[in-house]
Design a protein around this ligand. Structure first.
Ligand code: MTE
Ligand code: MO
Length: 246
């Protein structure tokens, strides 16, 4: 009940700023949001996987290294970085009732979660960091994920060895309480090396699942036909597993 009020309350100011939602009657949109919340089969998945361990501020690594792409480096990204990503947007698309295009400011205006977690890279290093951002589930609820969506795909701004980086998770991890779209690391805006301005945190899985430089979040029925069809950049070209969790 508390959460429903939060989403409905947020909707009033928030959705007014979304052009694609704005064309319908705002009260109707709000009603629809509440309705989705009650019906949401996906939301029932929220607690299905246990929480990843969380740490204290004393555990935070003094330096959180960047790995893989550490700067997308193209002209468009570089121009965004020069303005502190003021004009950056992230899309929520695919099998949703209300496609969204959210600014960084709108992302920061959503209810936030902060978590101190350990990132484990398959290459054999770990680091503990404090991440802040809205839960992906909140964003999916705002967009109204359709019942036939089975996966959420993350599209990224960087090209690694000639191919766009991307990742995907199932709806259990999409609605996992610790799955957030992070805009801050250790209380400061994300450094470019760590995925500025927005990166996923998929805390129950290995580091490569936590896509950096996210430009779009896409709800899909199947991963077939998306790049190599295996659900992620590394999954398509190595023996890295699509499900990289415990
Ligand atoms: N877009 C994008 N996301 C990415 C990568 C990448 O190269 N590009 N590398 C992955 C890997 S293998 C790891 S371990 C983490 C590294 O995150 P960090 O740079 O914050 O340490 O990001 C993951 N997400
Ligand atoms: Mo990694």
């Amino acid at each position: 009940m508390k959460r429903r009020n939060l989403i409905v309350g947020l909707g009033a100011g928030f959705l007014a700023g979304c052009s694609k939602v704005g064309k319908s009657d705002p009260m109707q949109s709000l009603f629809k949001l509440a309705e989705d919340w009650h019906r949401g089969a996906h939301r029932a998945l929220a607690g299905k996987r246990g929480l990843a361990q969380e740490f204290t501020k004393a555990d935070i690594s003094p330096f959180f290294r960047g790995n893989g792409t550490t700067d997308p480096g193209d002209a468009a990204y570089t121009a965004h970085a020069a303005t502190g990503f003021a004009g950056w947007t992230i899309a929520v698309t695919g099998l949703v009732d209300r496609p969204l295009e959210l600014t960084l400011e709108q992302i920061k205006a959503l209810p936030q979660r902060t978590q101190i977690t350990r990132h484990d890279c398959v290459e054999g290093w770990s680091a503990i960091g404090e991440w802040t951002g809205p839960q992906l589930g909140t964003m999916l609820d705002l967009a109204g994920v359709q019942p036939n969506a089975n996966y959420v795909v993350f599209r990224c701004a960087d090209v690694l060895n000639g191919s766009a980086y991307y990742e995907s998770v199932d709806m259990v991890d999409a609605y996992h309480p610790q799955t957030i779209v992070a805009h801050a690391l250790n209380g400061a805006p994300l450094p470019v090396a760590n995925g500025a301005p927005l990166r996923m945190r998929i805390e129950r899985q290995l580091g490569y699942k936590s896509a950096k430089y996210v430009t779009a979040i896409e709800a899909v029925e199947s991963l077939d036909g998306i790049h190599g069809g295996k659900g992620g950049y590394w999954e398509d070209r190595s023996d890295y597993q699509w499900y990289a969790g415990a």
